[in-house]
Design a protein around this ligand. Structure first.
Ligand SMILES: [Zn+2]
Length: 117
């Protein structure tokens, strides 16, 4: 799902897309040079235990608050995403947010219990 920057107004606009079994929905609006995206990711995801490698089924429900800028950003805010196209690609944002969650460390119940000993 792609929205052109020039069509984004300062009024909240709803969007809904997804990645794998997850939904990514919320709203976006223009704020000066930036586009504010205020959304949630939720649904089922399979994570991998970083200790034993088994699958962990998890229900995600995470708030995602980011800003997208058209072109380069030279500030220090890490939550700002640069877009070098004339549009925002919400599918790509959903994918990168989900992959970021997956790349964190996760442990299954058994491994968590072993660590607690
Ligand atoms: Zn494990």
């Amino acid at each position: 799902m792609k929205i052109e920057f020039r069509k984004i107004s300062s009024v909240d606009t709803l969007f809904e897309t997804g990645y794998e079994n997850l939904s990514f929905k919320g709203n976006f609006r223009r704020e000066g040079k930036f586009v504010n995206v205020d959304a949630r990711i939720n649904g089922d995801v399979i994570l991998t235990c970083d200790r034993c490698g088994c699958d962990i089924e998890k229900v995600l429900d995470e708030a995602v608050q980011i800003k997208v800028i058209e072109g380069y950003y030279d500030g220090e805010d890490l939550d700002i995403i640069e877009s070098h196209e004339s549009y925002i690609d919400f599918d790509q944002i959903a994918q990168s947010e989900v992959e970021a969650i997956k790349s964190e460390y996760h442990y299954c119940k058994e491994c968590k219990q072993m660590q607690g000993e």
